[in-house]
Every structure is written in C-alpha cells, then in structure tokens.
Design a protein around this ligand. Structure first.
Ligand code: CIR
Length: 264
C-alpha cells in the first residue's frame, strides 16, 4: 500500500535538557551542606549525561541557557508530560520561578503538544510528580502545595489519570525518595519516605542515589554511578542499566531524573 508522509507518526523520542548555569554554587540547598562545585567537571558530567541519552536513541532539545539561574539545569522540575499534554510547573522556590519561561518556549516548539500550567498560589515542582501507568503520585512537599495538587488533579481528571497525594517531609521531592521501574514497581529509600506502604509494589534501594532511574526504554534504565549496589540489583531483575557520573549535581540535591524531561 501507499502511505502518506506523516511526520508526527514517526516515533521520535525527544528529551529536553538545559545546559548548566555558570553559578552552580548558588543553587538552592535544603537537606545538604554546601560543598564546593567544580564547574568544569559539572559541565563535563552534563555533556556525558546528554551523550548517554543520545546513545540510547533520544534526540535532545536544549532549552535556552540561563547562565545566571543557578538551578536551571534541573529542567525536570519545570514541566511534566502526560502523553501529549505538557503541564508547566509553578516552582515552589521563588528563585526558580524565572526558569519556566524558556522551558515553555521550548515545549511550544515541539509539534503536537497541548500546553497548560499550574498557577500561583498553587505550587508544584516536576520532581514531585511520579507517573505509574494511569496513577500519578504527587509529593506534598515544601515545594508542592495542596492547591498545586488540586490544580493538577483538575487538569488530569478528563484524561483519566488518578492523582494520589503523598506526604513528603524527609526529602526535597517525592522523586528524591522514590521512582518507578518500567513494570510499575516503585523503588525507593524507606528512610526518606513518610509512607512506603502507599505503593502496591515497593522495592527498597541500597544507596540514596539509587532511588532515581530514568526509563530509557522498556528494557533500559539510566542510573547514577553513585549507586553501584542498587544498579546491580536492578540489572539482576533483567534490565539493562546505563550509569553516568553526576556527582557535582548530586551535591546540589539533583539526580538523574532531574536533568531531563522526556517529552515524547
Ligand atoms: C533545588 O533545590 O531546587 C535544586 N537545587 C535541586 C533540584 C532537584 N530536582 C529534582 O529533584 N527534580
């Protein structure tokens, strides 16, 4: 048969990333003491992280650089994707609010997406949103308030997602404490979670950095090289695990998930 050329039907996998700012040592810290940041090493780790995504079949789109917005590399916090629906966040940290604008521009350039947003007084950081099938766990944290969760629920109900609020008092974001494997199992650090019993299938990790996995495909996961025992445990479940060193970003309370947003 003859097929009409339809660019939107092509399976392009796209991830947003944002080059590190030049003032990383001014990034917001909540749970960790400030340590000196090696800016050149951070840039190199970021390049490697992007190269790992590309090697795994992802096309990266760079959000315009914001050299003076110290936390802007953590682009995950600014937008959350639900299929073709992009929900722009409303950052809970005031210093991070100017980060949204350029992320919005980048998202609007991706064809086929519907763009909406969480609005003040609602606050919501992307790092608090953990999607598992049609369930959306949202951390009620220092960064994400009840009004932000309410707005997200209103936006998602027509799309048949169920929004479940999860108290987060011991970690920055829900996803600093738990993420999900492709089969829906939640992996996390029980010491950082208020209630791990909330999750139907839960697997504790061995190192704090091991909580974060980026799903590269149904079979492959990206993890931090700071969590070798957890990486080995996950590999033993049958996944292919790709690791990257993001140590400079971990000093800033970032993790592998924070550094990109998979938009499709
Ligand atoms: C912040 O405090 O906002 C940044 N220093 C770290 C953000 C990490 N993002 C994430 O966990 N999604």
């Amino acid at each position: 048969g003859i097929l009409a050329y339809a660019p939107e039907a092509v399976d392009r996998r796209i991830a947003l990333v944002r080059i590190p700012a030049s003032n990383l040592d001014e990034a917001v810290l909540t749970h960790r003491d400030r340590q000196p940041i090696d800016q050149a090493l951070a840039d190199q780790q970021w390049d490697n992280y992007c190269a790992a995504l590309v090697a795994e079949g992802w096309e990266t789109i760079e959000v315009d650089a914001a050299p003076e917005l110290a936390d802007s590399v953590f682009v995950e916090d600014m937008v959350v994707m639900f299929g073709d629906l992009a929900v722009l966040a409303s950052p809970g940290a005031e210093s991070r609010r100017p980060e949204v604008e350029a992320v919005e521009r980048a998202v609007r350039e991706v064809p086929g997406l519907t763009v909406t947003r969480i609005e003040l007084p609602g606050t919501l950081d992307g790092g608090d949103v953990l999607k598992v099938g049609s369930t959306v766990y949202v951390g009620a944290s220092d960064r994400t308030n009840a009004e932000g969760i309410r707005q997200l629920r209103t936006l998602l109900t027509p799309h048949r997602y169920t929004v479940v609020a999860v108290p987060v008092t011991k970690a920055l974001h829900l996803k600093s404490a738990a993420t999900a494997l492709p089969d829906g199992t939640i992996i996390g650090d029980p010491a950082l979670l208020d209630v791990s019993s909330l999750f139907p299938r839960f697997l504790p990790v061995f190192e704090p950095e091991g909580v974060a996995v980026v799903e590269l495909s149904r079979e492959s996961l990206l993890m931090s090289s700071s969590a070798p025992q957890t990486a080995a445990m996950i590999a033993s479940l049958g996944y292919r695990v790709v690791t990257v060193d993001i140590g400079e970003f971990e000093k800033l309370e970032g993790c592998v998930t924070c550094l990109s947003v998979r938009v499709r």
